[in-house]
Design a binder for this molecule. Sequence first.
Ligand code: FES
Length: 334
Amino acid sequence: MPYRLTIEPSGHEMDCDSDETILEAALRHGFNIPYSCRNGTCATCKGRILSGTVDYGDIEEKVLSEAEKVDGLALFCQAIPLSDLKIEVREIGAAKDIQIKTLPARVAKIEDVAPDVRALFLKIPSTERLQFLPGQYIDILLKDGARRGFSLANTPNDDALLELHIKKVEGGAFTGHVFSAMKEKDIVRFEGPLGTFFVRQESTRPLLMVATGTGFAPIKGMLESLFAQGSIRPIHFYWGVRHSEDFYYEDLLQEWQSLHSHFNLTKIVSQPDSHWSGPTGYVTEQVIKDFPDASAFDAYICGHPDMVFSLSAALAQAGLDSEHIFADAFVFAK
Ligand code: FES
């Protein structure tokens, strides 16, 4: 039977299985507490047990001493509950709390998900873990010193592989390589996590999430994390593409719709063909048509700068204060 785990001072509560570490439980429920190695060597996850008992795991004295255990400390990446627990740890709520790393990664899997979109799954060395907030991105470092930024589409809980959605760009030095020559087991280098595009947890406002094209990637991570937390904030997600075949992850979208009644999805196509019977046009017009008064929302927008700027301006016109608009504008990385 799972134990009850409470994180203070946030008061977040969740279950924690008897064979699961405290860190695993927190991440599984979408709550980000500090970690780095996840194998008991770096001490980044060290925190205080306020009440309850744990199995500390097999930890070297220099990482967690007996005196520290007596003082109530534990490594949350190793400690397993033996009772209901209350712990004290500051949840990560800002990008500045996260260490930016430069790491190699091996291409573990490449999947064609839409005619011009590939999902790239990267495996980092087993001695490393990448802490990040859903919605952040990494920069792929090219040999000539150039960089290409891509959002992380997976959640911190599901971090065995880092998931990127790559849009093919004609003549693109990196994306051209991804679509022509890249193969499994290739090695890339990256820096990350980067960016401040992540859901502000302190807010309880309904969410308006808008993506065009592969701007879906960070929104996917954000949504999966919100669902894992059991958040009941109403979510209106608009996804705009040029052609209906540009949508991908159809099964996942349907699963979200069937499991989460507070999740509303609108897919919109700007250049429809005869197969498309849904809304047509641009997301900016559709959002404003649906919400002429947008003042109550927190808006998260990811896509081409033209869309991001026009929608941000339209939302401001519709009464949404700029402090509630969070955006990640990108031109497709070449
Ligand atoms: Fe490194 Fe726990 S000791 S994350």
